[in-house]
Write a protein that binds this ligand. Structure first.
Ligand code: ZN
Ligand code: ZN
Length: 352
């Protein structure tokens, strides 16, 4: 049996419709029929094939071991159609897939941080076939999380934007309940961050973005206030809005200037968690770290247990379903181009 998928066959070129052999699940593998596949901003980097490291340096995705053709899509929901003999999951179950796979054997993976595996990264939709397809093979049943009656289209993004923001916000610890988090970037991740922050019992988010339409959408999504990141006094506005400087800055853009803005708007004892892959570099006075008791750290997606926690929050009704725009799988290429062109507010999810 063959099935249709939309694949990157050449970087920065339109995705190509391909007919691939539908795999037969072996061992603990699971075959799912895609019910929803989110189009994520990091798909743009994969599609273009490069990360910007600043000073004209680039890291190519080929250096990270990505080979073409590739079926992208790492925010995958589906219905189990066939389970291998060792897979403990019933056909018909509606699942969301944890896509950030490592080797599964090394100390990092055993610790539960499979997303940071140092031996072999096998992330779905990045290093192996992902969700822009009618059928998807999941390498092990443990990566399939039962959605119950949750809507697949609004749940698929939990696998990336959901756990990315959840894992990043968890890194601020109890501080999120004390003071608002300054969220830089009001795209899909920014909306998710506001929703997840609320579900976690956070005080709320102050959203920074250079785009007026996105700031307006952030206010509608529940931001306490918004700030134009391109304003010359943006840092002062952050200090004023937080009543003396931010304790927590979540940088969903990750550009040199956005981290710089975060540092300028931070108060003593504050932390910046960088998630965005916009790229660039930063230059900081090193004494800021001790004298301000400042922390700058990164966070990369999240762990399998974190995705389970997040799905549980959604099932309890604590996590408001995010608004998604559904597009047919056949429009996968257009969806990527539209996201690249900055025409997307919120989240696009491909559906069969
Ligand atoms: Zn993603
Ligand atoms: Zn590993």
């Amino acid at each position: 049996m063959k099935h249709t998928c939309y694949c990157v066959t050449e970087h920065s070129a339109p995705l190509q419709r391909m007919e691939n052999e539908t795999p037969e699940p072996k061992g603990a593998e699971v075959l799912i029929k895609m019910t929803a596949a989110g189009v994520c901003h990091s798909d743009i980097h994969i599609w273009e094939g490069v990360y910007d490291l600043g000073s004209g340096n680039k890291m190519t995705l080929k250096d990270r071991g990505i080979t073409l053709p590739l079926t992208m899509g790492h925010e995958i929901a589906g219905t189990v159609v066939k389970a291998g003999p060792d897979a403990n999951v019933k056909p018909g179950t509606s699942v969301v897939v944890y896509p950030w796979l490592g080797c599964g054997e090394c100390p990092t993976c055993k610790r539960g941080d499979e997303n940071l595996c140092t031996v072999k990264t096998r992330s779905m939709g990045v290093f192996m076939a992902g969700g822009y397809a009618e059928y998807v093979l999941v390498p092990h049943a443990r990566y399939c999380i039962d959605l119950g009656s949750l809507d697949p289209a609004s749940s698929a993004p939990l696998a990336c934007s959901g756990i990315t923001t959840y894992s990043a916000l968890k890194k601020f610890g109890a501080k999120i309940a004390e003071e608002p988090v300054v969220i830089i970037g009001a795209g899909g991740l920014g909306h998710m961050a506001l929703t997840v922050l609320k579900a976690m019992g956070g005080k709320g988010g102050i959203v920074v973005d250079i785009d007026a339409a996105k700031r307006k959408a952030a206010l509608e999504a529940g931001a306490l206030s918004v700030i134009d990141g391109s304003a010359p006094d943006a840092a002062k506005q952050i200090i004023d809005a937080t009543g003396g400087g931010a304790l927590c800055v979540l940088d969903l853009v990750g550009g040199g200037n956005t981290i710089g803005l975060g540092v300028a708007g931070l108060k003593k004892g504050g932390d910046i968690v960088v998630v965005g892959l916009y790229g660039g570099e930063i230059k900081l006075p090193t004494v800021y770290f001790p004298l301000r008791g400042m922390g700058v750290r990164g966070s990369y997606v999240g762990t399998l247990p974190e995705l389970k926690e997040l799905v549980a929050l959604a099932q309890k009704g604590a996590l408001k379903p995010i608004k998604v725009t559904r597009r047919n799988l056949s429009e996968a290429s257009d969806a990527v181009y539209d996201l690249k062109a900055g025409k997307v507010v919120g989240r696009v999810v491909l559906v069969p």
